[in-house]
Design a protein around this ligand. Sequence first.
Ligand SMILES: Nc1nc2c(ncn2[C@@H]2O[C@H](COP(=O)(O)OP(=O)(O)OP(=O)(O)O)[C@@H](O)[C@H]2O)c(=O)[nH]1
Ligand SMILES: [Mg+2]
Length: 348
Amino acid sequence: MTAKICVVIPAYNASKTIEDVIKGALQHVDTVIVADDGSTDNTAEIAARAGAHVISITRNRGKGHALRVLFRKSIKDGFTAVITLDADGQHSTDEIPSFINTYRLHPHDIIVGSRMFEKEKIPRARYNSMHIARFYISLAANQFIADTQCGYRLYPLSLLKDMILTTEKYTTETEILIKAGDLGAVIRFIDSKAIYTGGGSYYKPVMDTGAITAYVVTYLIMKWFKEGFMPDKPFTYTAGNIMNLTGKYSITNTLFQTFVVIISIPVCSMYFINFLITSKSGTNNFASLRNNNIKFSKIVRASYMLPFVLLIIIVEKALCTAGLETRYIDGFIARYYPHLWSCSHSTY
Ligand SMILES: Nc1nc2c(ncn2[C@@H]2O[C@H](COP(=O)(O)OP(=O)(O)OP(=O)(O)O)[C@@H](O)[C@H]2O)c(=O)[nH]1
Ligand SMILES: [Mg+2]
């Protein structure tokens, strides 16, 4: 089968940057599809002039919805894989050949750009939140993923064709990683430049991080519930799972996730007790952890440290306003949210 790859770009008010992104991408692929998500500027017009196929979404619905529209269109047009790029120029189109070469060697794997090797170029607060996110998202996706928040990715469309996606906005990319990984797919990463030019961001730190956190916490609590009772079951995702059911409506989704987040700390401690007791009998429950020699105690410890993370951030912010810059939080996060995996898929 010959690979047919296109670049897809979810775009919202990106008139300043979209032209260069499309022209750069067209150096490496024949087709670029842009979903213009109810922009109030002339993003659509510029994108079409630059050579992209433009899908116009009349009302702004967020990145996740735009991605779903783009995936459906690419599947309908017979592509085998898509490369997703941000519209704001934060991804270098020069890296597209690396994604394509890696895809040729590993056509069933998701490939994610990782900016984590350029720590100094990433705003500190963003780097720290990416570090904590990858700790938990890697656990849910059954493998270490260096950068879980990078939008520069290659997805084989066979993986997405039948995947039910229930989340919105920035959570969708996390949902895909978790569901694919927890189905057994390999998620590879290749180095990708970190480009922070200080341009506008639509990411809302509290709301969007809150939505991602609620999804990941709920997913993990459900996943470990199953794993705790069933030996040798490291991959737990099924299309009929409770999150897909409650995720059909925003009200059931919010109620269910709020409930699970509230009970998550005591429930996690109960799982830990189950983990310790069953360790003695040699039952291979919590197989996603045991198969990788991951200690549950490190997960419990990390979760109990989350309030301290918040506290340190607040204190350091206050000290900073008083003219004293401290960076205790960086070491704290590196210590309590470590790389737990003995192997990872970083090479190609
Ligand atoms: N379709 C669509 N795309 C969006 C929307 N908001 C953001 N995007 C796109 O998603 C990509 C990433 O959004 P950003 O707001 O830059 O978020 P980010 O890159 O994760 O965060 P920063 O590093 O702060 O820029 C960009 O290409 C945006 O054009 C939206 O409402 N709809
Ligand atoms: Mg951005």
